[in-house]
Design a protein around this ligand. Structure first.
Ligand SMILES: Nc1nc2c(c(=O)[nH]1)N[C@H]1C(S)=C(S)[C@@H](COP(=O)(O)O)O[C@H]1N2
Ligand SMILES: [Mo]
Length: 409
């Protein structure tokens, strides 16, 4: 037996040269090649978004004025559906803005990778230019970033808090109406600055159609998808306020509650309201006062009106309310006409425990102290024994469980 021969060592082949990967670097705007990232798309999305935001801001301001009328301003009582329409537009334009904003962000986010102009080295100032000539572009870049951050923060805050509000969820410590109103001004200021800065780019992008013919189809598709998504979001929620659309709106946050088809925003139990057996309505005015039992109110001439409750949360519902016209009631109490009236409820405290009927609403023949809804006495949750229902008025001011009307001097 011969021992197994050990094979002669083969000559070592040299390892292939290690491939030289390019050094990793941060992405640049040019790396994002999808045709949808074009200024032509961003400009058009910006227009749609601008319209949605303008409607949202204008109607939001209207709602603020209706709830907190400054001296000398009177929110009109006609058309009867006015507040319902403005608040519906407010909430639905906000809903439309969500997909539009996301699409706009997608279209422009590659710009976030644009690098600030160089501070040292080959500056833009050219040979011999000192650092001072480079400070301008650098500051400009920083200012642009800061303004976009402010714009996004403010708009996101408005859309997110608005959506939480319609869902009646308040997972924060601030007071929603005040914060939502204040930040709206920040958002609009930042938006106006942004539009001003971007106007030349936007104009140029709109003038060049969709750009190179090879990209037209895809750029159009991006735009259509975004606008289609906004439309779908509106239809999916519009039934909350548009009569007849409820069947189409699976995301409507309020339905038509039986039996009257009017949702209940705050139940009597939630408000801690218990009607005492000796309940009376007191009407006071500078010249005296008078009180009425429920039977006495029911014995006054009654009037029925089809009027909507239009909640600030965007939902609305029309129903037939029956009761005593407030102006007739004030006259029966010997109160002077043409004055604003404070309405107080049985709710001890709470933000909506009282409201003020402006003079125009107090003398409007369609403003009722309602005792009934849809042909039946008010249920406790809708405001038994009586509640205010006035035309073109935010729901939050349609005070339930009324116990006192104070004609203001
Ligand atoms: N006293 C009192 N009235 C109130 C409220 C309240 O909380 N307390 N909520 C208001 C709000 S926000 C709305 S939208 C309407 C809803 O009326 P409804 O529950 O009969 O639909 O009542 C208003 N009246
Ligand atoms: Mo409301």
């Amino acid at each position: 037996m011969t021992p197994p021969s050990t094979p002669a060592p083969r000559p070592r082949r040299p390892l292939p040269a290690r491939p030289r990967w390019p050094r990793p670097r941060a992405p640049r705007p040019e790396d994002f090649r999808a045709p949808g990232h074009a200024p032509q798309v961003a400009a058009r999305l910006g227009l749609w978004l601008g319209v949605a935001v303008a409607v949202c801001f204008g109607t939001g301001l209207a709602s603020h004025l209706a709830q907190h009328p400054p001296a000398g301003f009177g929110w009109p009582t006609r058309p009867v559906q006015l507040y319902r329409v403005t608040q519906g537009l407010h909430v639905l334009s906000g809903v439309a803005a969500v997909p539009l904003l996301l699409a706009k962000l997608w279209a422009v986010y590659p710009r976030l990778f644009a690098r600030p102009p160089r501070w040292r080295g080959r500056g833009r100032g050219g040979a011999g230019a000192g650092p001072a000539s480079r400070l301008g572009p650098l500051l400009g870049h920083a200012a642009e970033r800061a303004s976009i951050l402010a714009l996004l923060a403010a708009v996101f805050f408005e859309l997110v808090t608005g959506l939480f509000n319609v869902a009646q969820s308040y997972p924060w410590r601030f007071f929603f109406p005040a914060a939502h109103y204040a930040v709206a001004w920040l958002a609009v200021g930042a938006l106006l600055a942004h539009v001003g800065v971007k106007l030349p780019v936007t104009r140029a992008a709109l003038r060049t159609g969709y750009g190179a013919p090879a990209f037209v189809a895809e750029r159009r598709a991006v735009l259509r998808t975004a606008v289609g998504a906004a439309g779908a979001a509106v239809l999916a929620t519009a039934g909350v306020t548009v009569p007849g659309l409820r069947w189409l709106s699976p995301l409507a946050w309020r339905g038509a509650d039986p039996p009257a088809g009017v949702p209940v925003n705050r139940t009597a139990a939630a408000a801690g309201v218990a009607v005492p057996p000796d309940w009376r309505l007191t009407v006071t005015h500078p010249g005296g006062s008078r009180s009425f039992s429920l039977a006495e109110l029911a014995a006054l001439p009654q009037r029925s009106e089809r009027l909507p409750i239009a909640c600030v949360e965007g939902w609305s519902a029309t129903a037939t309310w029956t009761g005593v016209p407030v102006r007739a009631l004030l006259a029966a109490a010997g109160a002077p006409a043409g004055r604003p009236v404070r309405v107080r409820s049985l709710e001890g405290d709470g933000l909506y425990a009282s409201s003020v009927l402006p003079a125009a609403h107090a003398r409007d023949p369609r403003t009722l102290l309602a005792l009934g809804l849809a042909g039946a006495p008010l249920t406790p949750d809708h405001g038994y024994p009586c509640r205010i229902i006035a035309p073109s008025r935010p729901g939050v001011l349609q005070t339930k469980w009324v116990t006192r009307l104070e004609v203001l001097p």
